[in-house]
Design a protein around this ligand. Structure first.
Ligand code: HEC
Length: 158
């Protein structure tokens, strides 16, 4: 009994540690993506889950459903969602580079956007969330996503 408690405590201690120690918040995106951990991304996604679901067709909350958002045209991922003009104006597609900028500071990427979220200040955390999005139906063919360690085979969906 006490052994399994110890094992659980050990496991928690291990998962708390970033497995890719050389990567820091301001490491360039390709290196952050190469070291990204989608499992930690799923843990971080709890902050997003108040407003976003990530399953296939699981609907919108305060924010749009995010299945397959990576690679999608900006402000279109959920056809029924009422996006702001501010986000629509950003245009283009969700590359890994743009997703990194958006998740760092939504208000800076699209001033006036309705995403009431201050952003993830840690660049390694953002890479982990991007790796999770890549596993959740996202298209990872963009050049800025090339360094992602996860491939389509690793897709799980949530
Ligand atoms: C308080 C609610 C809230 C939280 C928390 C939140 N979002 Fe959002 N998100 C929104 C809203 C609202 C929009 C639509 C913004 C607009 O139209 O201006 C949005 C839009 C987005 C989009 C663009 C979707 C598209 O179709 O282009 C992405 C990607 C996204 N959020 C990712 C995230 C991630 C990842 C997190 C967590 C790190 C997060 N959001 C946290 C509310 C939230």
């Amino acid at each position: 009994m006490s052994l399994s408690i110890m094992q659980a405590a050990l496991l928690m201690a291990c998962t708390d540690q970033r497995p890719h120690a050389p990567v820091s918040s301001d490491t360039p995106l390709p290196q952050r993506l190469a070291a990204a951990d989608p499992t930690n991304g799923a843990r971080l996604f709890r902050q997003c889950a108040a407003c976003h679901s990530l399953g296939v067709g699981t609907g919108d909350r305060d924010g749009p459903n995010l299945w397959a958002v990576l690679g999608a045209a900006v402000a279109t991922n959920s056809p029924r969602f009422a996006y702001t003009a501010a986000l629509k104006r950003a245009g283009g597609r969700w590359t890994c580079e743009r997703m990194d900028a958006w998740l760092a500071d939504p208000g800076r990427f699209a001033p006036g956007s309705a995403m009431a979220f201050p952003g993830l200040s840690d660049g390694a955390d953002r890479a982990d969330v991007i790796a999770l999005l890549a596993q959740s139906g996202g298209t990872i063919t963009d050049a800025s996503c090339r360094a992602l360690a996860v491939g389509p085979d690793a897709r799980t969906g949530m």
